[in-house]
Design a protein around this ligand. Sequence first.
Ligand SMILES: *Cc1c(COP(=O)(O)O)cnc(C)c1O
Length: 370
Amino acid sequence: MIPITDPKRQFAALEADVLKKMKNVLEKGNFISGENVTELETVIADRLGVKEAIAVANGTDALVLTLHAYGIGPGDEVITTPFSFFATAEAISRVGATPVFADIDQITFTLDPIKVSERISKRTKAILPVHLFGQSADMQELNNLAKQHDLHVIEDACQAFGAFYQGREVGSLGDAACFSFFPTKNLSTIGDGGMVTTSDTAVAKRIRELKTHGSNRKYYHNEIGYNSRLDEIHAAILLCCLQHIDDWNEKRREWAVRYQQRLQTLTCIKLPITKADRQHVYHLYAIDTDKRDSLIEHLTSRKIQTGIYYPQCIHLQKAYEHLSYREGDFPKAEKLSRRLLALPLFPFMTETEQDNVIAALEEFQVMHSC
Ligand SMILES: *Cc1c(COP(=O)(O)O)cnc(C)c1O
């Protein structure tokens, strides 16, 4: 089976380096909050040109802690996309606020600033755009809206480490940004991990306290917090991966260009588009087709894995029944949830594997004459 992604191959390529760093952590015996975590925070903050990077346990916690640190809670609204991984909205609900959804742009699959502007109310406190599949949202328009209405902008950059927008890297575009290092993300470890980046030093300080039980001095607690730390072992592994992330992202773009060159004449599928002012990192390479079921069946028969991201929009999830959204509320998001299909694309895939995927898609085109 050709997988859509394969973290095993990434770590096979880094084995010697990773094992050395892991051994070092074992020998030091400082498993939580040690030198690797501090170094990782420094390297990421420097890279993004932000004042602070705060390592946390996972991407969901990064979102929860950031929202909490901005004082967002019961009675507040946060505008976000219905077309993302569930955690984006879940984090808003977790702090007691209400997610307010706005439809997305058909090209980038990210928040449509015009739709966002229609959803702003007296209760709105923040906009939470997602750089979906590795392409930045329309940050300039969203930042302008936020400025006009005095809102925070919190980037969900969990799928987009290393992506660029108008020459600037995601994670440095809003008031704060959240990353995930879950094993399938483009920058990842062998377990859970996350990071908040921000130049707002007051918020950074509060996140540092919140993530350690609301404490900045051992056994003295300023507020009710969380336990959300990144382990040394994951920080060490992430430092290894960081040395390669730009090459890996470049490789992802090369595979995407190759798909584009070889598949552009097929009329059964529409290929993803990157807007001119941004650089994609292809966490996922999702094509658009109205023949999704038969295409999945065909590719599976050719031993090619595919993935549906996401089969159900967040506003239609059972967990959000109480918000009383209906089918038809966000037509673009809903349409894409029925049509998008992710194909294999990861830095360590081989040319033969990609050729097989391309051949199978060409074969499908002949069989179906769409
Ligand atoms: C993965 C992901 C998250 C959550 O990250 P975890 O590390 O799994 O908690 C949040 N938002 C988006 C868009 C994601 O892809």
